[in-house]
Each structure stands twice: as structure tokens, then as C-alpha cells.
Design a binder for this molecule. Structure first.
Ligand code: MN
Length: 241
């Protein structure tokens, strides 16, 4: 099983999380929030074949870090994975909405040119504009992380070919569970969003995706083994293995 959205570099002790992932056989998509963090973060796990590092520029940092798009473009050929990228329509980030659009559009254009990229996408309070941009740049494979849009936005995302990484945050509320219930099973992946998301007071760890899978099984009304087989098959299809 793979945690498709984890901020490995932001744990108090990333090595502990890395070793735990290896011991439990949990794959990790280690997302970054700034292009300048990519090299150091990917070096952390250079000896691990369970961990892949994505290069990202978080929408909440679009104004502060837009100058790092150059670094993004330079490093992009070194990885197949991009994230965390996207848009955030929360009031506190609307002040630099134009910077967010500029950064996201640049990243999608660069990924389109490169081809074959898999993106972990943030869309809080911005699902419709995120989908508009993804629709214009269809060369990449988007995984919508922690999807929190409406049912009609979900339908549109499905039509656009989006995947969904579902974590403890989504499953905590009735609205999130209803969205998970409406997702096509063959497009669902797992995530923790650790260390930001906590489970019983502690930062979520990549191996907590097993519990996530079991809770998804409950929402879908199938048994846990069936859900985990589905997720394993989805991961293989996405990664082409
Ligand atoms: Mn995140």
C-alpha cells in the first residue's frame, strides 16, 4: 500500500518515519511545498525503493515562492511526481490569488511539455478553478488530494480523469464520507497528509493508510480485504507496474 500524500520532510524525525515505512512495506509519495526543498528531501530517501519524492510549490506559498519556478523547471526532469501543487480559495490566501493562478498554470504547462507526470493536487475551496486549469492541460495525471468539493464538482473531476487520494481527514466527517461513497472505486488511492493530520493525538504515519483502507471499506459496504485489493490494483494501474 502507498501513502500518496505525505510530507516526509516536515516530521520531527523524518528518518523514523522513513524506516517505519520500510519495515511495514508502505510506499510513500513524499510531497514537498517548495521547489528548493526538493533536492534535500529526495536525498533523504535516496537509498529507499519505497519512497518517491514529488517536487511541489504549495498554493499557500505561491506569493512567497513564485521566484522558485525556475528551480521547479530545472528539477522537473528528475522526477515523475509533482506535488503539492494546486489552488487554495480560502479567504486568507485570496489576497494573492493571481500569484496562485500564475504558479499553477506555469507548473501545469511545464508538466504538459515534459509529459507523463503524476500530480498531487490541493483544491481546498477552489475545486472549480482547479478543474478548469486541469481541463486545459490534460497531459498530466492529477490526483486530487483531500477532495472537499460538491457532488457535481466530483462528477466533473471524474469525467476529467482525476484520481482521488483519501485520508483520515476526509473520513472524519459525514460530507467527506459521502464523497468517498460516490467515488468510482477504481480511482481511489490512500493518503495520510501527515504530519499535519493527527490520529489519536499523534501525527499520522504512512502505515496508517491500512486503517484508512479499512474505513473506506466500511463506507463502500465491502469487506476490508476487498477494499485493499482494489486499492492495490489501482496503484498498479496508475504507476503502470
Ligand atoms: Mn498536504
Amino acid at each position: 500500500m502507498i501513502d500518496f500524500h505525505c510530507h516526509l520532510d516536515l516530521y520531527a524525525n523524518p528518518l523514523l518515519t522513513m524506516h517505519g515505512s520500510e519495515e511495514t512495506g508502505t510506499g510513500v509519495l513524499s510531497v514537498t511545498t517548495t521547489p528548493s526543498a526538493w533536492h534535500g528531501t529526495s536525498r533523504l530517501s535516496r537509498d529507499s525503493n519505497m519512497i518517491r519524492t514529488a517536487i511541489g510549490l504549495h498554493p499557500q506559498l505561491a506569493r512567497a515562492r513564485k521566484s522558485e519556478l525556475e528551480i521547479f523547471d530545472r528539477c522537473l526532469e528528475e522526477t515523475r511526481f509533482v506535488g503539492e501543487v494546486g489552488l487554495d480559495g480560502s479567504p486568507e490566501y485570496l489576497e494573492f490569488w493571481n500569484d496562485q493562478l500564475h504558479v499553477f498554470e506555469h507548473i501545469l504547462a511545464s508538466c504538459g511539455e515534459a509529459g507523463g507526470k503524476i500530480l498531487s493536487v490541493h483544491s481546498r475551496r477552489a475545486v472549480t478553478p482547479v478543474l478548469d486549469y486541469l481541463g486545459k492541460h490534460s497531459a498530466s495525471v492529477p490526483i486530487l488530494h483531500w477532495f472537499s468539493g460538491s457532488k457535481s464538482e466530483l462528477r466533473r473531476a471524474i469525467e476529467l480523469g482525476c484520481w482521488f487520494s483519501v485520508g483520515p481527514g476526509m473520513l472524519a466527517g459525514a460530507k467527506g464520507r459521502a464523497l468517498v461513497g460516490a467515488m468510482p472505486h477504481e480511482r481511489v488511492l490512500l493518503e495520510t497528509d501527515g504530519p499535519f493530520v493527527h490520529i489519536k493525538g499523534n501525527p499520522a504515519q504512512p502505515w496508517d493508510v491500512r486503517a484508512v483502507s479499512a474505513r473506506i471499506a466500511d463506507v463502500w459496504g465491502i469487506d476490508a480485504a476487498e477494499a485493499s485489493q482494489q486499492v492495490d490494483a489501482n496503484e498498479k494501474i496508475l504507476l503502470g507496474g
